[in-house]
Design a protein around this ligand. Structure first.
Ligand code: ASP
Length: 330
């Protein structure tokens, strides 16, 4: 079997963090090369090269940076000598970076994201085994055509569906009712299903002025109107249940959409799709107001999609059609 070649793009996160700061806090300070040294053995038949993109906690990343990261991935997967890419990344925003790569990198080669929940200087850190599994996946023919995936605790997930579910435990990534795509079982890659709700876009940049606002019982329209007045190019709402809002928020949505700013409806629920079922400030009112319904995309994922679509120059009406594609409604 021909030798495979995989690039590990290191960005920091807990996988690269140790308790080295003066106050004892954990910060990203290990290089990608040093992470490779922590592997008990390099996967056989795989040449690994390292690219140190940055070394930060993912909670500090900004949209232009993760867009640059997606472009860096694209530059590698476009090379004939590279079979796949691994990105080591903090877990806090991992699902957003992975979904962005899924949306903007046009490739069938594996793009495998991973990280850790336990810092690198904790004796039972989960980083080395996640990294080893990620390298195996990136080199595997079986991961071809799956888009961007996150591997963690042996399971791998589609970027569109996966979310961080636990703040501290190692088995944190899950895809809710959609389930995982597959697993890495002692080096063997098993694929149970392939994602279908995928599409590639070619924005020159991301629109960064997209706000995400979560509703809570009894909220007024203050934040939603402020968002529009302060220059948001789109507003993503994490609404109640099936996609419902309070009456003041629904009225604000009507005004904001009429003034030309797209409003996108998602749910606070971790599973299930938004639908215009209820009146009196519910989803039916938001639909009549012209809001875009995002299916079961989470708020953070819907925001990334809006940043991509606006960055690609789409008008609000065209955005709605693309949301239908990614929501499975088209
Ligand atoms: N807790 C995070 C991690 O797992 C910190 C970060 O996102 O960088 O890496």
């Amino acid at each position: 079997m021909a030798q495979k070649k995989v690039v590990v793009i290191a960005t920091g996160g807990t996988i690269a963090s140790r308790h080295v700061s003066d106050d004892g806090s954990s910060i990203a300070d290990m290089s990608g090369e040093a992470l490779l040294e922590t592997l008990h053995g390099r996967p056989n038949g795989v040449e690994v090269i390292v690219d140190q993109f940055c070394n930060v906690g993912s909670y500090t990343l900004e949209l232009p940076t993760i867009f640059d990261l997606a472009k860096r991935i694209e530059s590698y997967v476009g090379r004939d000598d590279i079979d796949g890419v691994v990105v080591t990344h903090g877990t806090d925003t991992l699902e957003e970076t992975a979904f962005l790569a899924d949306l903007v990198v046009d490739t069938r080669k594996p793009m495998v994201f991973t990280g850790a929940q336990r810092s690198a200087d904790i004796p039972d850190t989960d980083g080395p085994r996640n990294l080893a599994d990620a390298i195996r996946l990136a080199a595997s023919e079986r991961a071809v055509g799956l888009g961007a995936i996150i591997v963690f605790e042996q399971d791998f997930h589609a970027a569109r569906d996966v979310t961080k579910t636990h703040a501290s435990r190692v088995d944190t990534f899950a895809s809710g009712e959609h389930g995982k795509l597959g697993e890495v079982d002692e080096g063997d890659v098993i694929v149970f299903r392939a994602p279908t709700l995928r599409k590639t876009y070619r924005p020159q940049k991301l629109e960064t002025r997209v706000d995400l606002i979560k509703l809570a019982v009894g909220v007024d329209d203050k934040f939603v109107r402020f968002s529009a007045q302060s220059g948001a190019k789109a507003i993503v709402l994490e609404c109640f249940g099936r996609g419902n809002a309070t009456l003041p928020v629904a009225k604000a949505v009507a005004d904001i959409v009429a003034a030309g700013t797209p409003v996108i409806v998602t749910s606070r629920c971790t599973q299930g799709r938004v639908k215009p079922v209820y009146g009196n400030g519910g989803g039916a009112d938001l639909m009549h107001a012209g809001a875009i319904f995002a299916g079961d995309l989470t708020g953070p994922k819907a925001r990334i999609l809006a940043c991509v679509l606006l960055g690609a120059g789409l008008a609000a009406a065209d955005m709605a059609a693309e949301f239908r594609v990614l929501a499975g409604d088209a």
